[in-house]
Design a protein around this ligand. Structure first.
Ligand SMILES: Nc1nc2c(c(=O)[nH]1)N[C@H]1C(S)=C(S)[C@@H](COP(=O)(O)O)O[C@H]1N2
Ligand SMILES: [Mo]
Length: 325
């Protein structure tokens, strides 16, 4: 039978069943989960690597508190049931194999270690204790589908998809950052910065979502056209669009309560724009979102974005091409 274990630096290790989790107070959060690898340049980005759902489950924080996190505990690791095989090259200091690891000498005399690693992600204890986090067993009112993490996944609203560990089996409190594949090798944003004429490379684990928007579709009623789209990643204050190389114009935001409040939770906001009667031919549509702290979704040539050498967390403005006939 499935259980999720809470262990590591805790006073009272737990082994929780799904039935037990369902006896806990049930909470729901509306959260738009986006893959950090969603570059948003393709035509199917809205339905592809991003989706909104009502996620239901038990709050994580009281369960961690019940386990009694010890003083030294600073980091919480979430383990999924799935695993993958990978080879770690000799330059990683490999000296010998493990019970399941196989070591092979490589061409230049070093050792390669091939291992089967479970999917795992960690966050700080403070982040893990955020009251929005759920041990989630429901999606849109139904049992969590297998593909989305059945029986239980972590839902960490405001974090990129990768942090929302599916098929959860173990939660472990540690006293150091976890440096597994999905924290330290894959899902790492690499940037090349120039500082005083010197190149400095920086590395950051994909974590919180970033402010983003996209034009989703063009609608037509008679001879009049409209544009609709979405914005997410932060509490949205406004969205503007630009047609071709024209000025930025205001759009109308849907009037549901702001993000983080009431039923809106961490869901995306929808916006619409009355385009009027555009001239026939090809046009470009670009959108940019503003959050309630005054941040603006960056342009593609923003220095921070331009310094990236990886496609993770690509939240630059998206331009779509449309043909009006
Ligand atoms: N156990 C496990 N959890 C996982 C993953 C995975 O491969 N294994 N992928 C992550 C990534 S990269 C994303 S984008 C989301 C996707 O969640 P979804 O399938 O519900 O859309 O799950 C995250 N949780
Ligand atoms: Mo992802």
């Amino acid at each position: 039978m499935w259980r999720v274990d809470i262990g590591g630096l805790v006073a009272r290790p737990q082994s929780l069943t799904l039935a037990y989790l369902k006896t806990r107070p049930r909470h729901e959060v509306n959260f738009t989960l986006e893959c950090s690898g969603n570059t948003g340049t393709g035509l199917d980005f809205v339905i592809g690597a991003i989706g909104n759902a009502r996620w239901g489950g038990a709050r994580l924080a009281p369960l961690l508190e019940a386990a009694g996190v010890l003083e030294q505990g600073t980091e919480v690791v979430f383990w999924g049931a799935d695993s993958g095989t990978r080879t770690i090259r000799d330059n990683s200091g490999i000296v010998s194999g493990g019970q399941t690891g196989a070591v092979q000498p490589d061409a230049d005399g070093g050792l390669d270690l091939t291992i089967t690693e479970q999917f795992a992600r960690s966050m700080s204890l403070a982040d893990a204790l955020n009251h929005n986090n759920l041990l989630c067993y429901e999606m849109n009112g139904d049992a969590l589908p297998r593909a989305n993490g059945f029986p239980v996944r972590l839902i960490a609203p405001g974090w990129y998809g990768v942090a929302n560990v599916k098929w959860l089996t173990r939660i472990e409190v540690m006293d150091h950052r976890y440096a597994g594949n999905f924290m330290a090798r894959d899902y790492v944003s690499i940037r090349e910065e120039q500082r005083d004429g010197q190149t400095v490379w920086t590395f950051a684990t994909v974590s919180h979502e970033r402010l983003k928007s996209a034009p989703a579709k063009v609608t037509r009623r008679g001879s009049r056209y409209g544009i609709m789209g979405a914005a997410w990643g932060a509490p949205i204050a406004a969205v503007e669009v630009r047609i071709d190389n024209g000025p930025w114009s205001a759009t109308s935001l849907d009037d549901s309560p702001p993000r983080g409040k009431g039923s809106r939770g961490f869901a995306w906001s929808f916006w619409t724009f009355d385009w009027g009667t555009p001239t026939p031919g090809e046009h470009t549509i670009t959108s940019r979102a503003f959050d309630t702290d005054g941040n603006i979704q960056p342009a593609p040539d923003d220095p921070f974005l331009a310094s990236r050498r990886t496609f993770w967390e690509s939240n630059g403005q998206i331009t779509r091409r449309v043909l009006i006939s």
